[in-house]
Design a protein around this ligand. Structure first.
Ligand code: FES
Length: 56
């Protein structure tokens, strides 16, 4: 599913970034552009990051 429509980023992209060590929405923004435009995706992105970390 698309999390960030502005940059075409999916939940899978975010999970992959999290597994590669990305630990904050700010960092995600730098790497994938998440939250850099309208910002609507930020809370969902944060939830996915958290969820991925908890599954470690
Ligand atoms: Fe992610 Fe707009 S949906 S910045």
């Amino acid at each position: 599913m698309y999390v960030c429509l502005c940059h075409g980023v999916t939940d899978r992209d975010i999970r992959r970034a999290a597994e590669d060590g990305c630990s904050s929405v700010r960092q995600l923004g730098k790497e994938l552009g998440v939250g850099q435009q309208c910002g609507r995706c930020a809370s969902t992105a944060r939830a996915i990051l958290r969820e991925t970390r908890n599954n470690d």
